[in-house]
Design a protein around this ligand. Structure first.
Ligand SMILES: Cc1cc2nc3c(=O)[nH]c(=O)nc-3n(C[C@H](O)[C@H](O)[C@H](O)COP(=O)(O)OP(=O)(O)OC[C@H]3O[C@@H](n4cnc5c(N)ncnc54)[C@H](O)[C@@H]3O)c2cc1C
Length: 425
């Protein structure tokens, strides 16, 4: 229940906006298009409310994580809210009477806001809509840079509402103003103020290791204050100074344990940033770290657990294992699946830890030689029934989704399946 509170609050506030407009309607000034204008203004208000939510979620408030089920789930909400706002904007445009005479500043601002939002939203939807993907040809980096301007168009959209020939609805307009303030403050905080209030902390890279030919382990030491690493399995955002390509915040799971004095992240080279990092990151470089985030924590699970790591999805489990100071308090079957032996980074360390913890049964699978890991064999090893097992998974999204489906078919409880999304877009 707690993890749904954030979404419930959003829905209540959206409904409250409709109620405020219904209970305190605008004065009918006798204009011809009164009903269309009234409806258009209600839709415009909902648009401001939705966009302010999306901007608020972009601040990545750590305190709000439990109310959404983690930052990754907050991003899912952010995406859904922003997509709804975009669709609502199109409906708003169809409903409001559009005039081409006696244009005011507000009318021009409406076009600016509309075009700006379309330019940002199309590449955002592109990864999910193949046609758009071809049309926009957008890279993640390009999209991210463009996305930073969204607050400007939000502000333009609101000023548009104030400077057109709008209906007079004192209470409703002041209600919406609260959301405009929330959205604007959130945007300014995200883009300009975060650094001043300790959201981003300076670290130094103390070592750069390459456990194989595509993975980099980065070790970092705080220059002053350390981030709040509350439990094993959390992730951070990091960027590196002194190299333009690396000076862009990316999320990575912390693969060290919270009690270690240094932070370690283990990064697979998959794209521009991570490949450049593999080749160019050097000890002594400065890092800027934000976090820690995430609720992926096996200690909140039940007595019997199944852990499944696919490829670089090993990172939260490395942190779990490195965090074991006393005997493991749960019975865990831990599956680590990779295609080839050299991809199983830190497998020696994992085996050594497993030897000290009899309740931890480790199964490292090289699928090219021994076939793909299946849920059937996991269930068999678990003794046949998995209804009460808590399942923790991290790996490529298609793998995690396929396993989730099979676990559910095998009788797992949906509430007991936990996974980290390695994708925010
Ligand atoms: C919570 C979380 C934890 C992660 N932990 C790890 C880890 O421990 N080890 C690891 O190797 N990878 C991890 N990742 C994935 C890692 O963030 C991406 O692989 C990396 O950012 C890719 O960047 P790129 O430019 O090299 O690749 P690209 O090819 O440009 O990007 C590949 C995909 O990565 C995502 N991505 C790219 N840039 C960003 C960004 N700035 N912010 C958010 N997502 C981005 C996008 O979905 C993109 O489509 C994690 C991701 C998340 C969300």
């Amino acid at each position: 229940m707690k993890r749904n509170i954030g979404n419930i609050v959003f829905i209540v506030l959206i409904l409250a906006t409709v109620v405020v407009w219904a209970v305190f309607p605008p004065i009918n000034d006798g204009r011809e298009d009164f009903i269309r204008t009234y409806l258009g203004e209600v839709l415009g208000s909902l648009l401001i409310v939705l966009m302010s939510f999306a901007l608020f979620l972009s601040t990545r408030p750590r305190w709000a994580e439990p109310y959404f089920g983690g930052l990754d789930k907050m991003y899912v909400t952010h995406r859904n809210v922003a997509t709804s706002a975009f669709l609502l904007m199109l409906v708003h445009l169809l409903v409001v009477p559009i005039t081409l005479v006696n244009l005011r500043l507000g009318n021009y601002l409406a076009y600016v806001a509309f075009l700006g939002i379309v330019a940002i939203v199309l590449p955002t939807l592109a990864p999910r809509i193949p046609f758009l993907s071809k049309l926009t040809n957008a890279t993640y980096d390009g999209w991210k840079k463009l996305h930073r301007f969204i607050g400007i168009f939000f502000i333009a959209g609101y000023i548009h509402a104030l400077t057109i020939d709008a209906l007079s609805a004192f209470i409703a307009i002041n209600w919406v103003q609260l959301f405009f303030i929330l959205g604007t403050v959130s945007y300014v905080y995200t883009e300009f103020l975060g650094g001043c209030v300790g959201k981003y902390l300076p670290y130094t890279v103390t070592a750069v290791n390459h456990p194989n030919n595509s993975v980099t382990e980065v070790v970092m030491k705080p220059k002053g204050k350390t981030i709040q690493h509350a439990h094993a399995g959390q992730f951070l955002f990091v960027r590196f100074k002194g190299d333009r390509m690396l000076d862009e915040a990316h999320p990575f799971t912390i693969s060290s344990a919270p009690h270690e004095g240094e932070l370690r992240v283990t990064i697979k080279a998959v794209g521009d940033f991570t490949r450049h990092l593999f080749a160019n990151l050097k000890p002594g470089m400065d890092a800027v770290v934000e976090g820690a985030y995430g609720l992926f924590n096996y200690k909140n699970g039940g007595d019997k657990q199944i852990w499944v790591a696919g490829g670089i999805g090993i990172t939260p489990f490395l942190s779990f294992l490195r965090d074991l100071k006393t005997e493991l308090a749960f019975d865990v079957h831990f599956y680590y699946t990779v295609r080839h032996p050299e991809e199983a980074v830190f497998s020696d360390e994992i085996e050594a830890i497993a030897k000290k913890h009899p309740r931890l049964k480790t199964h490292i699978r090289h699928s090219a030689a021994h076939g793909s890991l299946t849920v059937d064999e996991i269930v068999k090893n678990a003794g046949g029934g998995i209804a009460s097992h808590h399942i923790y998974m991290c790996g490529p999204l298609p793998m995690v989704q396929a396993f989730e489906k099979k676990f559910l078919e095998a009788g797992a409880n949906a509430e007991n399946i936990h996974y980290e999304e390695f994708n925010f877009r």
